[in-house]
Ligand binder design. Sequence first.
Ligand code: ADP
Length: 725
Amino acid sequence: MRTRKFIVMAALIAAPMPAMAQEELLAQALTYSTTPFESIAYWLLVFLSSLVIGLAVGWRRERQLSNELRDSEARHQNLTDSQGDVVVRKGANGVVTTVNQAFCTTFGVTKDGVEGTLFHPPIDTSTARGLIGTFSGAETKSFRVRYEQRLKTASGWRWFLWDDYPIRNDAGELLEIQSAGRDITDQKQIEEDLRQARDMAERANRSKSAFLATMSHEIRTPMNGILGMANLLMDTEQSDEQETYTRAVKDSGDALLSLINDILDYSKIEAGQVRLEKLNFDVRRTVESVAELLSPRAHEKGIQIIAVPSQDLPLEVRGDEGRLRQVILNLAGNAVKFTQQGGIGIYVSVEKGLNPVTLRFEVVDTGVGVSDDATTHIFDEFSQADDRTSRKYGGTGLGLAISKRIVDAMGGEIGIESVVGEGSTFWFTVKLETVTAAVPLPLPPVGASEVMVVSDSSIVAPALGLQLEALNFRPLAFNSIAAAFADLERRPEARFHTVLYDIGLTATKPDVPVELLAEFEPLAEARRIVVITPEQRRNLDEYLESGFDGYLIKPVRQSSLQKILSPALDGADSAGLATAHVETEEKATQSMRILLAEDNEINSLLATSLLKKQGHKVDHVVNGREAVEAAIQVTYDIILMDVQMPEVDGHEATRQIRAIDGPGRDVPIVALTANAMSEDKHMCIEVGMNDFLPKPFVAQDLMDMLSRWTEPSGDTDDQGAAATG
Ligand code: ADP
């Protein structure tokens, strides 16, 4: 029994052992104890053995935890070291508390050497914003701060991208700052190489633009001679064969010139040199003037062209009219080029907004159309819808790319909808400031407000219809007078305010005698207006005699239409208006005394021939100094001044002429120059010139310029003039 007791006690002392086993032993020991002393001794033994067991377990646990911590730190260290990032921790007082191995290797230091010190690697102060791990926002911000520094490492100067993180205790107090830095020297080098490459490209681009400007000037000067002489030659007596050759010279010259213009313009836009101007203008006039400009070309091809501004357009907007016009002209010019029958409508309306207002332009044609495939890349540089069209129609494929860039710059969009064989709609939007808002619609006319439109053109009839609706009239369109009669016979009670009769492009007479119109009851009170091309105006007397009361010139301007429909103009004398045109034409041919300052022999011969042919007297000088002397002695009607001339150039000569003490000072001066960029125009105006005629010019350009600056009224524009009876 006693032996057994000791075995149990020894076992208890020999613990640690599982708690279950201990309890069992204790229970057995208590069972065997016989005296109180033995019981106390057993209890003491149990207590001591539990203490030993507890201490042993605690010690084992602590060893295990410290092993785990060491493993974790080693893993963390491995992780930061293996990433190659240099890591340093500093206390708030700037003393380094710990660094990783990568830090030591990078900066050639030892952990012991830097921990507990104020170590900081040498820093390139021209690049640094403060030292590592001292970010100013650390006290208040919990997120990281990122910055770059150039530091001296064991292998030389290197760039580092640092991320600083604040380390806080549970109470949010800042304890340390951990800075992790990444070597970004290679990346920096790539950035620097790219920057240098970009600078070089920009410099190259600038010299390319300068080169192109010079080239274009140099090419334009002889082009002026070629085109001008070809024009003069075409006015002389020539055999058919000679005429064919001369026309070929002129056509090739024209094509070359438009190519030069496109390339010059595109390179300017590409070089980011397009500065948008801000001028007030009337967008109605812009679209109408484009239609007017293109109408001779369209009419020559037997197709119609018309501009249709909507009634809700602001009266005046602010923006770059020149560039806007360029886009419309480009799209409408293409439309004329790619349309063989039917015509072109240029529509403009308000898409949204009042100020700024977004305007939508649509150029609709009934031409060859563009395939779906081609529409995806048609606005890219040098892109043409297909090779066959480019061979047939020529062109550079730059026009639409230029248009797209301009529209982008104006904050708009451009696009196309097209069906091959039926036609295309090129549209674009631009955002402009409104200067003067739209006016309310005009009051509807008293009495009959129906206007009969007779036109077989699928472009003119709907366009006139829209314009009439905008003026609060109700249009009713027929494609012939016969069709109108057939319809109205069934409704003899109908009454018309006006009949607009589109005589077509080739017809010289209406399809039904005009007198018949008046005998027809619904038209008895209606005014009969014939719509003609400028070329058909020579038959005007005939039309008026045959029973028309007035006429409208194509492309019909909205203001002309409004005038002719307005009762206020009733009784105006059509003969009076016709006389005004004749007077204007005669005035333009009045002899003038003109000073031509031009050093290029061929160009001066060309300009002198053109001017003398018109009956003007021309004095020719070859430099600016002579121009000033001549202007002092003679009061000219106008001076045509080349810009680049020897001795004294055109700008300086103009300044000196404007400073003359006498009447010669006020003479209109027009620059004749091959520098076709808009900056050159600004320069000419700035030095005191009145206008600018880029070379090469054709006879008509020169005549237009003369009449603009020598007509007393300054207005020779008779397109769309309305005569009413
Ligand atoms: P270009 O007319 O000088 O070749 P653009 O950039 O103005 O250059 O036009 C690119 C191409 O788009 C044209 O060659 C033509 O194939 C097509 N295109 C442009 N406008 C029209 C149009 N109104 N109808 C049919 N095709 C067109």
